[in-house]
Design a binder for this molecule. Sequence first.
Ligand code: SF4
Ligand code: SF4
Length: 314
Amino acid sequence: MKALLTDICPLSTHDGPGLRTTVFFKGCPLRCIWCHNPETQQVFPETGWDRSKCIGCKSCEAACPHQAIDLHRAFPVDKTVCKNCGECVKGCPSSALFTMGKTWSVDELYNQLLKDEIFIKRSNGGVTFSGGEPAMQYRFIEALAIKLKRKKFHLALDTCGMAPKTAFKTVLPYMDLVLFDLKEMDERKHYGFTGVKNGQILKTLIFIHQNFPFLKIWIRTPVIPGMTGTEENIRSIGKFITANLSGQVEKWELCAFNNLCAAKYDRLGLTWSLRDTALLNRRQADQLLQEASLAACRACAVSFSGLTLPCPLT
Ligand code: SF4
Ligand code: SF4
């Protein structure tokens, strides 16, 4: 059994308790406008290009059997023609071309994760399955989690909630923590921001609460200026947590928008409409945090993370 991954990040401090190794699975059913990991959206390997590394040798044009490369274009790979065969990547002397997405077997990934075991265990950390939507590759996670649990690893699933119930039924018995992205309560806006309605996502959260009541849940809300970052949305999410997930949500984190991922879009030849969107300022962040604290009504610990601008002078 194989999984398609984009990255394995050791020593992460953001994806659960302690030091963690975060595994990024490739493939996601959502298309969030603000996505910080666009390389994880597609379910297949993709050919990327880093302009800063290209020495203009043109080896790639000759190497491509499908004539998909033209270095006169702003992004040289024509994605409508490219078969992601990797021939140009092999022929590129400066690693300017690369394939995003690599397949791993269960044993390969297990052995890789064991390399960090000492740091993970000493810090009471663990392994977090992230993405993309890791639950899309749930059979692989099940097989890996069985092996990791034998070694007593703390395991977390970082999910957007958009996967079949079978996926959650299969993997959650092995998890200690669920990091759940709850982005927008208004169904119409959710569809506009992510390309899917939020009905199934909310049902997944309630399903977890009803069927895995002892599993810890951390809710994460991306706070996007002019989109999800409104007091109304934060209030609605807080009310949902209080009304439907009583006592099970340990933390609710408001995650500030930033545009540090813009270069990832460039390297994949994608446009990104939020490239020049400003950060929230500290006052806006404090207001949202206060709103969240009131709405969650002491149901969980509320925090704000990420970059903010100083308050404008009045
Ligand atoms: S991945 Fe293959 S098809 Fe795509 S540009 Fe490179 S050589 Fe051509
Ligand atoms: S082979 Fe690599 S370095 Fe040479 S032109 Fe193509 S992308 Fe640039």
